[in-house]
Design a protein around this ligand. Structure first.
Ligand SMILES: Cc1cc2nc3c(=O)[nH]c(=O)nc-3n(C[C@H](O)[C@H](O)[C@H](O)COP(=O)(O)O)c2cc1C
Length: 341
């Protein structure tokens, strides 16, 4: 029977070409790579297939240069896709190895080689099945506890990747972080070029575009798109949205997770992305949702204050809210073939 699927989320896992050539297997793995989270759902990755590996290449034409001039979040997104390939490979009994280029300047970010056979464990299967289930959820979260074994497993992954990971439910920290976030949001939304860039990635729920962020109630109000997009472009609603986000952090974010690294290098950003996917998949397996609160990190001056607040010597890369929430609409994806060069 031939497989038919419309989006990568509808992939039939049982069609994995176990007896096909390595290149066909690698091509199949890319369907899971593209389900990774990415900044603005820009899907800023390209893949080059070889007979024994996949190269991940950054697609700078999909960068959000106003808010991410160093392509830091873009590279983290590519790292998130790398981890999805690793997880899928293990499920299909292949052992992946991630190799970094010696030259930090090029668009080529990493290469994944399948080095060996692997005996898939129950945990491999759990993580794999979470790939299609995971979603960013910007809703209001009710109280939540991360099971001990999940926390331990995420901390072990962080150590392996050379990345710092911390969790907090401390109310005082959350309030201080919420104030920094509100300040950052107010500043960003006061800039017309920031609002234009943001609006360019907003999509209506019935949009047929394969990228961008869908959903009407992205912020405080349920304005139907394209009204929401027009409002974003022309009105500075920074004060209201700042207060909305502040309250969301204080009252509807039971747990915050902070990911940081010693350096701001391509390799550390890729490893941040790998840890991000690891954490998000593990949270998905225990029914927890997550979303991002990165605005304070995106502002260089506030980023130092975020580091001080969470007492990390390292450079904060991402802050996540974690909790329990109803499922939301899926975001779209580009066809895998459009991401292969
Ligand atoms: C590096 C990175 C930064 C992100 N920053 C934000 C953010 O600041 N605010 C937000 O609401 N979502 C943020 N996201 C989430 C994306 O918008 C989301 O992954 C994308 O829309 C695809 O949706 P999905 O995660 O449900 O697949 C970020 C994702 C990544 C990987």
């Amino acid at each position: 029977m031939a497989e038919s699927y419309i989006t990568p989320r509808q992939t039939h896992d049982e069609f994995f070409p176990y007896s096909g050539c390595k290149e066909d297997q690698l091509r199949f793995l890319l369907r899971y790579a593209v389900l990774a989270p990415s900044h603005y759902n820009a899907q800023p990755w390209k893949f080059r297939l070889h007979s024994d590996g996949i190269e991940i290449i950054k697609n700078a034409s999909r960068a959000a240069l106003t808010v991410d001039p160093q392509l830091r979040e873009l590279t983290i997104s590519c790292g998130a896709a790398v981890r999805m390939i690793e997880v899928a490979a293990r499920y299909f009994a292949l052992e992946p190895q991630v190799i970094f280029p010696s030259d930090n300047q090029s668009d080529f970010l990493a290469r994944i080689e399948l080095i060996d056979r692997h005996e898939p464990s129950d945990q491999d299967a759990l993580l794999f099945h979470a790939i299609k289930e995971r979603q960013t959820n910007r809703g209001l979260f009710t109280d939540a506890i991360i099971p001990n074994e999940v926390t331990k497993s995420c901390l072990a992954s962080a150590r392996e990747l050379g990345v710092e990971l911390g969790f907090t439910h401390n109310k005082r920290l959350k309030m201080a972080f919420a104030s920094l976030t509100a300040f950052a949001v107010r500043h960003q939304l006061s800039l017309p070029w920031y609002r234009l860039e943001f609006a360019s990635w907003m999509r209506s729920s019935i949009s047929l575009k394969p990228d961008g962020m869908t959903g009407f109630g992205f912020f405080a109000s349920n304005l139907p798109s394209p009204l929401a997009r027009t409002t974003m472009k022309w009105l500075n609603r920074g004060k209201q949205i700042g207060i909305f986000n502040k309250n969301k952090v204080i009252t509807a974010s039971p747990i915050l997770a902070v990911i940081s690294t010693d350096a701001d290098s391509q390799e550390s950003w890729i490893n941040t992305g790998r840890l991000l996917s690891d954490l998000l998949l593990k949270l998905t397996t225990v029914g927890l949702s997550a979303s991002f609160m990165n605005q304070a990190i995106q502002e260089p001056k506030l980023r130092k204050q975020v580091a001080k607040l969470f007492s990390c010597e390292a450079k904060p890369q991402l802050v996540l809210r974690i909790g329990v929430a109803e499922k939301v609409q899926w975001t779209p994806r580009m066809p895998v073939d459009d991401c292969i060069i």
